[in-house]
Design a protein around this ligand. Sequence first.
Ligand code: PLP
Length: 439
Amino acid sequence: AQQYTDLDARAAELDRSHVFHSWSAQAALAPLVVAGGLGTRVWDHSGRSYLDFASQLVNVNIGHQHPRLVEAIQEQAATLATIGPATANLTRGEAARRIVARAPEGMNKVFFTNGGADANENAIRMARLHTGRDKVISTYRSYHGNTGAAIVSTGDWRRVSNEYARGHVHVFGPYLYRSEFWSTTPEEECERALRHLRRVIECEGPAGIAAILLETVPGTAGVLVPPPGYLAGVRALADEFGIVLILDEVMCGFGRTGEWFAFDAHGVVPDLVTFAKGVNSGYVPVGGVVISDAIASTFDDRVFPGGLTYSGHPLAAASIVASIDAMEEEGIVDHARQLGAEVIGPGLAALANRHPVVGEVRGAGVFWAVELVADRSTREPLSAALMGRAKAELLGRGLIPFIADNRIHVVPPCVVTADEVAEALKAYDAVLTLLDEEI
Ligand code: PLP
């Protein structure tokens, strides 16, 4: 049994009594108590520490308590803690400039939001107003956030009980391991997924389709790195039919895949980019939309009918400036790419070789999924009960895992060290050994 200090017990008790949690039936919840953190580690009040291989909700890209972010927030709080969105503020401008500096040419403006969902919400709004069209195509295997159009764009189970918005159409994206198209090679999967998308566009009526909204690398859905050519093919379809391409980089952007933007590795330029999480690692809630010049000019003389009290909040802006500068100067994005290629990828591949319960490993940078199966030949997903056991066993070994369906997502901060990866691989290895015995 865990030994709680008084503060741990108090935190748990207050949580149970008064805090209502996301996406959960409340009665049986017993969340981990976290009191502090640094880098890849967090700890409770009694000093029990954990390796955070979830980066919380895959958002703490720069690690916990990076001193430059903490200091920048403190300084900004002392200077000007809040200011309305209709003002011009130097810190906000510096944040926007740093974001567009990493975006493709021809994207020069940023609309700041409070997080990722409202970034997608506003990107969809911009696409609809820019095109004068209504429908939005997104994939079943996706998550785009928990607000009106964002939750209905979402493909996974979280959409189904929230379908209030109109004009949403879903397609299947590429996912070779569980192909919807009977593909056996990445080339087939790419070609067939594009053919399916083209048919849906044609059948839905291209003249009514405002946007295609995709996570560049679908994250919660399973780190589904698209096959070479897929995103370029989507771009070509969007161009052919005059559809706005929105790439959701909320989870995969700002270092997660070892690139500033995940689409940098795929040679595509979207019309709108949505971001949140990694832009400032969630030190202050923020998200936004990076806007192409063509779409921005739609609103030069026409009112953009959207806004938020906290758009471009100075504490968020200060943390973005500090985060991007620290990532740049400390080579954090390159570190994530290199560690993924040289340490995490090979380490997980070795686990896949040793453990029959592993069906597939895929990913890049610090963005990986280990797909667990009851049977390698049928690819039957490992049961929810065994995934629950995996989660408890990993926590018991001092590792906070990210578990989604039948997968363990290996998603540490970009600053994770090779030693920490080795420690985590040991924990995964031990737990996979237990699971091997159950199948
Ligand atoms: N888009 C993607 C790809 C996400 O992973 C998430 C959150 O997990 C969101 C959007 C929603 O972001 P937020 O929770 O900040 O609203």
